[in-house]
Design a protein around this ligand. Structure first.
Ligand SMILES: NC(=O)C1=CN([C@@H]2O[C@H](COP(=O)(O)OP(=O)(O)OC[C@H]3O[C@@H](n4cnc5c(N)ncnc54)[C@H](O)[C@@H]3O)[C@@H](O)[C@H]2O)C=CC1
Ligand SMILES: O=C(O)C(=O)COP(=O)(O)O
Length: 598
C-alpha cells in the first residue's frame, strides 16, 4: 500500500487579540490558529499541537501548561511584561520566551500622562456627572501639573519616556531606581533619590514603572501611603500587584491620598466584590481596563516585533530579544550565525563518527578553540549551545529534547559534559580564512573514570538512532585510545567546511549523508567502494580525499604506525545500511567506515 507523506506546516496558536500586521508575516510559512476565549483546560488540551504560542497579558502560561507543550519552541509575548509567563519552566523545557521590549513604551507613557491629567482635572468624574445631566463646576475644580513634583519609581524605558513628556508640562522630576543610568536620568532632567521613602514624601504625583518582581510586589502599602502628602495622586500603568489595593481604597476614603489613576489590577478582569473592583468603583479613581499598550501603533509594533522573532526561531535562527537567553548584539549575531551552523555540525559529526568505535568512550571534556575574528567576540554563547546541541541531538532525538541557547548550559551540566571555550589570536594571518574553530575531545583518564560511574543519562549509555559505523579492529591501524579526538572547521562564503577530522586534513562540506572511510592510500580503493555502493543502489554525489596531516605522518613513522592512510569522504544520496558499510571493510577494501547524517 502506498503511503502518502503529507508535510504539515508548523502550527502557531494565538489565544488573544494580536494585530494582523505581524500575523501577515506568518501566514505563508505556518498554520496560524487564532482561538480567543479558551479557558486554561481548553488551552492545555490543544497546546501539544503547537510550535509557537503568541500571547498578551491575559493568557497565563504556567508550568502545567508548558508540561503539555511537547512541540513548543517559543512563547512570544506581544508586549513587555512577562509576569504571566513561567519563564523558569520555559527555560527548563528549552522554550525561548521573547517579548517586544520597546514596541509599546510610548503608548504606556502617553497613557500614564493621560491618567495624570485625568486625575488632576477630575475628567472621569466630570464626564460621568455631565452625562448624568449635571453641571458641577465648583466640585470638580482640579489642580495643574505645572510646577508639581512627579515622583517616578522605575526609571526604565517607560519611566524615562514619562519623564520626558512631563518635563514638557513643566513638572519637577524625581525618581527612585537603584539600577538607573544617572546620565540618562540627568539628560531627562530627573533627579535621582536614594530611597523610596525619600521619594514618597516629596511626591505630588507618584507613578510606578517597574516590572512586577519580588522587590516590587506590594511596594506601596499602608505604611508607604501614610508617609505621602494628603494632596498626592497615584498612577499605576505598570502592574497591579505593586500597590496594596485595599490600603489605597482606605487612604482615598480617609482623604490621606487625593486620587488615583489606575490601569492595572491584581486580578484582570477584576472579580466582583474584589478589592480591585472597589478601587475601580471609587469616585476618586480614574480607571482603565489595562489599556496602556492599546493603541493602533503600539499593537502594530509589538505584533510585527514578536512575529518576526517567531519566524526566526521556527527557522532555526536566534531571536533579537529573548527574555531567557543572553543578549546578542545584531552585528555579533550576523558574524556568529554561519559558525553556529558549523559548530553544531562539528558536534554532530563528533558523536556520530566516533561514538560507535567504542560507544563507551564518548568523551565528556571538550576544548572549543576560536581563532581569528571569533576570538574577539563578546559572546560565544550561541556557539557553546550549538556544540551541546550537535553532540547530543544524534543520541537524544528520541527524547524529543529541544536543545538551544536557553537550556544548553543546564543540559551539558546534567550530562556531565564539560566544555572549555578558548580564544586564540595566534597564526590567524597564515590561515586562508578569517576565523577557524577546533574541537578537541580530551582523552583524560580522570574523565573516563568519572564517566564510568553511574550517570544513567550519559550519552555513553544512550543509543544512536542514525548511527552506523563498522570497525575492522585491525591491530595497528586503530588510533590509540588515549589520543585526543580532533575536528577542525571554518566558514567560507557563509558555508561551513570541515578541514580536519582526527589525524586527517582535507576540506569537505558537512551536509547530507556522508560515508567516511579510513583506508590505506593505495590503488583500487575508490573503485572498490564505488562499485559496492553502486550495487547497493547508492549514488555518490561527491568525493573528497583527506590525507594524513603532515605532522601526523612524521609522528606515525617515528612511532612505527601506518603512515599511508587517508580518509575518503563520500557524499551519498541516501542512508548506507550497516550491511553495506560492513561489506566495504576488508583487505581489498577499507579499514573502517562510518555513516553520518549532517
Ligand atoms: N499597562 C500597560 O499596558 C503596560 C505596562 N507596562 C509595564 O510597565 C513596566 C515598565 O516597563 P519598561 O519601562 O519597559 O521596563 P524597563 O525594564 O525598561 O524598566 C523597569 C525599571 O524598573 C527598575 N526597577 C527594578 N526593580 C526596581 C525596584 N525594586 N525599585 C525601583 N526601580 C526598580 C529597573 O531598574 C528599570 O530601570 C513593566 O511592568 C511593564 O510590564 C509596559 C507597557 C504597557
Ligand atoms: O506590555 C505590557 O507589559 C503590557 O502590560 C501590555 O499588555 P497587553 O498586551 O495590552 O495585554
Amino acid at each position: 500500500m502506498a503511503i502518502l507523506a503529507v508535510r504539515t506546516r508548523p502550527k502557531i496558536l494565538i489565544p488573544e487579540k494580536v494585530s494582523a500586521d505581524g500575523l501577515a508575516l506568518l501566514q505563508d510559512k505556518f498554520e496560524v490558529h487564532e482561538k480567543k476565549g479558551l479557558n486554561p483546560d481548553e488551552l492545555s488540551a490543544i497546546i501539544g499541537d503547537y510550535e509557537a504560542l503568541i500571547v498578551r497579558s491575559e493568557t497565563q502560561v504556567t508550568a502545567e501548561l508548558l508540561n503539555e507543550a511537547k512541540k513548543l519552541k517559543v512563547v512570544a509575548r506581544a508586549g513587555v511584561g512577562v509576569d504571566n509567563v513561567d519563564v523558569q519552566s520555559a527555560t527548563i523545557h528549552g522554550i525561548i520566551v521573547v517579548n517586544s521590549p520597546s514596541g509599546n513604551i510610548n503608548a504606556a507613557a502617553e497613557h500614564t500622562i493621560a491618567l495624570l491629567m485625568a486625575v488632576a482635572r477630575n475628567i472621569g468624574d466630570a464626564s460621568q456627572s455631565i452625562k448624568n445631566g449635571k453641571w458641577e463646576r465648583s466640585r470638580l475644580t482640579g489642580v495643574e501639573a505645572k510646577g508639581k513634583t512627579l515622583a517616578i519609581v522605575g526609571l526604565g524605558k517607560v519611566g524615562l519616556t514619562v519623564a520626558r513628556i512631563a518635563n514638557g508640562l513643566g513638572m519637577r522630576l524625581i525618581a527612585y531606581d537603584p539600577y538607573a543610568n544617572p546620565n540618562l536620568a540627568a539628560a531627562a532632567s530627573v533627579t535621582l533619590r536614594s530611597s523610596l521613602a525619600e521619594l514618597l514624601q516629596e511626591a505630588d504625583f507618584l507613578t510606578l514603572h517597574t516590572p512586577l518582581i519580588a522587590s516590587t510586589k506590594g511596594m506601596i502599602g499602608k505604611a508607604e501611603l501614610a508617609t505621602m502628602k494628603p494632596t498626592a495622586r497615584i498612577l499605576n500603568v505598570a502592574r497591579g500587584g505593586m500597590i496594596d489595593e485595599g490600603a489605597l481604597v482606605e487612604a482615598l476614603d480617609a482623604g490621606t491620598i487625593a486620587g488615583a489613576g489606575i490601569d492595572v489590577f491584581t486580578s484582570e478582569p477584576p472579580k466582583p466584590d474584589s478589592l480591585a473592583s472597589r478601587l475601580i468603583a471609587h469616585p476618586k479613581v480614574v480607571a482603565t481596563p489595562h489599556l496602556g499598550a492599546s493603541t493602533k501603533e503600539a499593537q502594530e509594533n509589538v505584533s510585527i516585533d514578536v512575529c518576526e522573532q517567531v519566524v526566526l526561531i521556527l527557522s532555526g535562527e536566534l531571536p533579537r530579544s529573548a527574555v531567557n537567553a543572553p543578549l546578542i548584539l545584531p552585528d555579533e549575531y550576523r558574524t556568529l550565525q554561519p559558525f553556529v551552523s558549523l559548530v553544531e555540525k562539528m558536534g554532530s559529526l563528533y558523536t556520530q563518527h566516533y561514538s560507535s568505535i567504542n560507544i563507551k568512550s564518548f568523551r565528556t571534556t571538550f576544548d572549543l578553540t576560536y581563532e581569528g575574528k571569533l576570538a574577539n567576540l563578546n559572546t560565544t554563547k550561541p556557539l557553546f549551545a550549538a556544540l551541546v546541541k550537535g553532540l547530543l541531538t544524534p543520541i537524544t532525538s528520541s527524547d524529543g529534547l529541544n536543545i538551544n541557547i536557553v537550556n544548553a548550559e543546564l543540559l551539558a551540566k546534567e550530562r556531565g559534559i564539560l566544555i572549555n571555550e578558548q580564544r586564540s589570536r595566534e597564526n590567524v594571518e597564515e590561515k586562508p580564512y578569517s576565523s577557524f574553530i577546533t574541537l578537541r575531545a580530551r582523552a583524560s583518564r580522570s574523565t573516563s573514570a568519572a564517566r564510568a560511574g553511574s550517570r544513567a543519562t550519559s550519552p555513553a549509555t544512550s543509543r544512536s538512532p542514525n548511527l552506523s559505523r563498522v570497525d575492522t579492529h585491525q591491530g595497528t591501524s586503530q588510533p590509540p585510545p588515549e589520543q585526543d579526538q580532533i575536528i577542525q572547521g571554518f566558514v567560507s562564503g557563509n558555508k561551513p567546511f570541515i578541514s580536519r577530522l582526527d589525524r586527517f586534513k582535507g576540506e569537505f562540506v558537512p551536509k547530507g549523508t556522508l560515508l567516511i572511510c579510513r583506508n590505506f592510500d593505495s590503488c583500487g580503493k575508490i573503485g572498490f567502494v564505488g562499485n559496492l555502493l553502486g550495487k547497493a543502489g547508492v549514488n555518490i554525489n561527491f568525493m573528497n580525499v583527506a590525507p594524513l596531516d603532515l605532522d601526523e605522518e612524521v609522528e606515525a613513522q617515528v612511532n612505527g604506525k601506518e603512515s599511508n592512510e587517508a580518509l575518503m569522504i563520500l557524499g551519498v544520496d541516501r542512508p548506507v545500511g550497516e550491511d553495506v558499510a560492513k561489506a566495504l571493510i576488508g583487505p581489498e577494501g577499507v579499514l573502517e567506515a562510518s555513516v553520518v547524517t549532517l
